[in-house]
Design a protein around this ligand. Structure first.
Ligand SMILES: [Zn+2]
Length: 261
């Protein structure tokens, strides 16, 4: 199986330990020993990363019957009190690589079926695919509008109607082109005892974001996108300016679905 990059094993092990420490801190009945905690802090200082960002608390799990099939949903709360969800299908903690989709909240696409982006279709197809495989995880991350929030997304849309592309619009508003952060996603996976993933994505930032936070990328599953007249410029901009990889790719191909990142 093609591996994109397994990274430095020692660093990965270290990050995994950091997330474990964060997990312990989140559960008052268990506490990390002082030596490991000091070591974790030193490692974070050395790497310039935030320990807080890497901590999430898994608060509850329950079944969720959907039109796609049966999932188990796991609710998490991060250090900024944002609530995130993981939907799992089948056994995901057996150490084998797990098919994983990171989906960032998009109210307009996910709920209203917007054609400005293809998030809604991508979510729909990801859930369908996880059920078809009978094993996998969808992380639903609360970082609306590539992390800039709903109101700013609408501001950016208004600028796009004046001719700006999706990146130019964000920059014109003084916002980053992509403010999403995948440290929380990695911490959620680690708490689900998932360390090796087959990532369903075209977005190299997601691959890098998980790797830097202790997740091994065992392969990438590209997503195939049928563009629509309403979003063809948006998709082109992501390819040209944000480095999105579009199929065909030389990575692992399990299957293709419509959608994008
Ligand atoms: Zn969207």
């Amino acid at each position: 199986m093609h591996s994109l990059c397994t990274g430095d094993a020692q660093y990965t092990e270290g990050v995994y330990a950091l997330n474990r420490v964060g997990h312990w801190w989140n559960h008052s009945s268990r506490s990390a020993n002082t030596a490991e905690r000091d070591w974790a802090r030193e490692m974070h200082e050395e790497r310039g990363t935030s320990m807080v960002r890497n901590t999430v608390e898994q608060v509850a799990s329950a079944g969720l019957a959907t039109r796609y099939g049966q999932f188990t949903m796991h609710a998490f709360v991060d250090a900024e009190h944002k609530e995130h969800l993981a939907l799992t299908v089948g056994v995901v903690d057996d150490g084998e690589p797990v098919l994983v989709r990171l989906h960032s909240e998009c109210l307009t696409g996910d709920v209203f079926g917007s054609y400005r982006c293809d998030c809604g279709e991508q979510l729909d197809d990801s859930m369908r695919m996880l059920q078809a495989k009978g094993r996998g995880v969808l992380l639903y991350l609360r970082q609306e509008g590539r992390g800039i929030g709903l109101a700013n997304k609408v501001r950016a849309y208004a600028l796009q109607e004046q001719g700006y592309d999706t990146v130019e619009a964000n920059l014109h508003l003084g916002l980053p082109e992509d403010a999403r952060d995948y440290a929380v996603a990695a911490a959620m996976l680690l708490q689900l005892d998932i360390r090796r993933v087959l990532l369903l994505t075209n977005n190299p930032t997601k691959i890098d974001g998980l790797q830097r936070n202790g997740i091994e990328i065992a392969g990438r599953v590209p997503v195939a996108i049928p563009p629509r007249p309403q979003n063809v410029r948006y998709l082109q901009t992501k390819q040209d300016k944000m480095g999105h990889l579009y199929p065909p790719a030389d990575d692992v191909v399990i299957s293709t679905v419509a959608g994008n990142d």
